[in-house]
Design a protein around this ligand. Structure first.
Ligand SMILES: C[S@@+](CC[C@H](N)C(=O)[O-])C[C@H]1O[C@@H](n2cnc3c(N)ncnc32)[C@H](O)[C@@H]1O
Length: 233
C-alpha cells in the first residue's frame, strides 16, 4: 500500500468505498482479532487489512485465483475454496470444538438474499460467535438487506446490538453498477448475554435509517431519467 496522505485511499484492490475501508480499519484497530473469518476474498483487498490487525484469519471464496495472482498473503491467512454454505458451518464447528471464539467476521460473499442470510445465520447459530463483531458488506443493496432482515436478529439472545446502516451505501453514478444501489456496512454485535440495559429490540434506535430514503432517491432518479427526451446525438 502506498503512503499518505491517506493510505487506505491508495489501495486499488478493496471492493469497498473509502468510508467503508475507514470503518473496517477502525473496527479492526479496536477489536484486534485473535481469530477472524472473511466470506468473500476476491482480490484480497479487505483480507489484507483484516490480516494486518489479526493473529489468524480464514477467508472463504468460490475461486481464489484472483488473490493468488497478487503478492503472497501472510502466513497467518488460510484460504478455503468452495461455497460458503458448505465450508463455513464446518469451519465454525471446528473453532467451537476447540473452544475458540471468533472475534470478527466479514460477510461479503454470495450477495443473493438466500446467500447473505445463510452466511449470517451460520455465524449466529454457531457457539464460536459468543462475542463477535460481524460486518455485512453491501447492506444497502435490496437483496442483501432483505437477507439480513430475514434472519430475525432480535430473535437471537446473543445479538446485543445491530445497526444496518453502520456505514450507508450508495447509488452508483457511473460504471457497470450505474443506477443501482450497493455498498454499506451492517454491524451486528454478539455477546454472552444481553445486558439488562438493552431493550427488547437491539436495533439502533437513534437514527432514521437512510436505506429507505436512498431507495426513494434512486426511484426518483430513474423516473426523471425516463422522462428525459432521448438525445439526438
Ligand atoms: C464483493 S467480492 C468480495 C470483496 C472483498 N471482500 C473485498 O472487499 O476486497 C465477493 C466475493 O464473493 C465470492 N462468492 C460469491 N458467492 C460465494 C459463495 N457462495 N461462497 C463463497 N464465496 C462466494 C465471489 O467469488 C467474490 O470473490
Amino acid at each position: 500500500m502506498e503512503v499518505a496522505p491517506l493510505p487506505l485511499a491508495c489501495d486499488g484492490r478493496p471492493q469497498m468505498s473509502f468510508g467503508e475501508r475507514a470503518a473496517l480499519e477502525g473496527v479492526l484497530a479496536q477489536v484486534r482479532p485473535k481469530l477472524a473469518l472473511e466470506i468473500g476474498t476476491a482480490e484480497g483487498g479487505s483480507l489484507r487489512r483484516i490480516a494486518a490487525h489479526s493473529q489468524e484469519v480464514h477467508s472463504v471464496d468460490l475461486d481464489h485465483e484472483p488473490v493468488l495472482s497478487q503478492e503472497p498473503l501472510p502466513d497467518h491467512v488460510t484460504l478455503h475454496t468452495g461455497p460458503s454454505a458448505e465450508l463455513v458451518p464446518g469451519l465454525l464447528a471446528a473453532f467451537a470444538a476447540e473452544g475458540r471464539n471468533l472475534d470478527l467476521a466479514l460477510v461479503d460473499g454470495d450477495h443473493s438474499l438466500e446467500g447473505a442470510a445463510g452466511d449470517l445465520e451460520a455465524l449466529l447459530r454457531s457457539p464460536a460467535t459468543r462475542r463477535t463483531v460481524i460486518l455485512v458488506h453491501d447492506s444497502m443493496n435490496v437483496e442483501v438487506r432483505a437477507g439480513i432482515e430475514s434472519v430475525g436478529l432480535n430473535g437471537y439472545e446473543k445479538v446485543v446490538y445491530h445497526e444496518l446502516d453502520f456505514v450507508p451505501g450508495y447509488i452508483y453514478a457511473e460504471g457497470v453498477a450505474q443506477g443501482s444501489v450497493w455498498g454499506g456496512l451492517a454491524l451486528v454485535l454478539t455477546d454472552v448475554r444481553r445486558s439488562p440495559g438493552y431493550t427488547d429490540s437491539t436495533r439502533q434506535p437513534l437514527y432514521q435509517e437512510p436505506f429507505a430514503s436512498i431507495h426513494r432517491t434512486r426511484a426518483d432518479l430513474l423516473k426523471a431519467r425516463a422522462r428525459e427526451p432521448e438525445s439526438t446525438d
